[in-house]
Design a protein around this ligand. Structure first.
Ligand code: PLP
Length: 387
């Protein structure tokens, strides 16, 4: 039968993570380390502000770029927490999650055939979003030897005349690896020398445990060639609210705004009122600090447990994932994850779904209570002993 679908869409594969979630959904007594979202409910002051906006009847479209009040709060937040300065009037757009910010970024900058370097293992949406926008994803494979951080020479060697941008994600999903200031400086030098742009996904910026977060946009010469993507899903425990933002120099931002205008009109208004309060109350209530402290304890527990079980696991600097190696078991990550789910009812994600360099590892999210994590560790231990 003739296909009515676009060839671009037909070439995109559905996310392989879904297969495991679907399998797990039909099973009882599953302990899940599979989900990439906080286990905390959104802090109350944020929920309260959103409820109040409904009560006051603030139910209309906002400006396409988002409420100016929210953009001002975002500008203050980015300046005071991450030392990057953006104009609320001309350099920020509020989006429907970091996901939509990524989408409008790709669509705004890519011409057919433009290459975007992606450090893999990576977040599963990057390569499809590049392809859907007509670009070509170019994976750079990282490995456990460098704790899944790209080597500057790898980036240098992968540049071609078609390279337009480098996509960085630190702290990283799925590896949790974190690029510090010195490591970012080495990459920034190449970006400037080769006249490229960087898309930096800083959605996990609030969740670093050992060193302070550094935005590549704050490094000398980088602001004008950086598109910075962030949001409220992870740090503020607001995944269901679907709210993110993009900060970029005016030229980029204007192009993205055109796409936003015709595709989204604006991000949800009620959610935006909640986010204003999220940023206003961030320091007053210390809720991020409390969540971070809790994640850090869980990270340490998971890393120690995996290493004790004989599965090598580096200490990830941020996000809420550990990425232990299952190489020694001789199984593929998909086989390991499937067998673990069927035999011990623990859901993890096979590393292979995250692209090059992911095979031989599994992603375990520790955004779950200590009780759940302890149960998962005890089941994984039993599973390994049975092999
Ligand atoms: N970027 C990364 C690295 C992620 O892990 C996620 C979600 O898992 C997103 C972006 C999208 O986040 P959201 O659209 O909820 O803001």
């Amino acid at each position: 039968m003739k296909s009515y679908l676009s060839s671009k869409t037909e070439q995109i594969k559905p996310s392989a993570i879904r297969r495991f979630f679907d399998m797990a959904a039909n099973m009882k007594d599953v302990v899940s380390l599979g989900v990439g979202e906080p286990d905390f409910v959104t802090p109350w002051p944020i929920r309260d502000a959103a409820i109040s906006s409904i009560e006051r009847g603030y139910t209309f479209y906002t400006e396409t770029a988002g409420l100016i009040e929210l953009r001002r709060e975002i500008a203050n937040y980015m300046q005071s927490c991450f030392n990057v300065s953006y104009s609320p009037e001309s350099e920020i757009i509020v989006t429907t999650g970091g996901s939509q910010a990524l989408d409008i970024t790709m669509r705004a900058i890519l011409n057919p055939g433009d290459e975007v370097m992606i450090m893999e293992p990576s977040y599963v949406a990057y390569a499809p979003l590049v392809s859907l926008a007509g670009g070509v994803p170019k994976p750079i494979e990282t490995s456990i030897e460098t704790e899944f951080k790209p080597k500057p020479e790898q980036i240098q060697q992968a540049i071609t005349p078609n390279t337009k941008a480098i996509l960085l994600c630190s702290p990283n999903n799925p590896t949790g690896s974190f690029l510090n200031k010195e490591e970012l400086k080495a990459i920034a030098e190449i970006i400037i020398e080769q006249d490229l742009i960087v898309i930096t996904d800083e959605i996990y910026a609030e969740l670093t445990y050992d060193e302070p977060f550094c935005s590549i946009a704050s490094l000398q010469g980088m602001r004008e060639r950086t598109i910075l993507i962030s949001g409220f899903s992870k740090g503020f425990a607001m995944t269901g609210w679907r709210l993110g933002f993009v900060c970029a120099p005016q030229g980029f931002r204007q192009a993205m705004l055109k796409i936003q205008q015709y595709t989204m009109l604006c991000a949800p208004s009620i959610t935006q009122y909640g986010a204003v309060e999220a940023l206003k109350s961030r320091d007053r209530y210390q809720y991020i600090e409390e969540m971070r402290t809790s994640y850090c304890q869980r990270r340490d527990y998971m890393v120690k447990s995996f290493n004790e079980m004989g599965l090598d696991c580096h200490l990830p600097g941020g996000a809420f994932y550990v990425f232990p190696s299952i190489y020694k078991t001789g199984m593929t990550s998909e086989h390991f994850a499937e067998k673990l789910l069927l035999e011990e009812r623990v859901a993890v994600v096979p590393g292979s779904v995250f692209g090059a360099g992911g095979e031989g590892n599994i992603r375990c999210s520790y955004a779950a209570s200590m009780e759940i994590l302890k149960e998962a560790v005890s089941r994984i231990n039993r599973f390994l002993e049975s092999l």
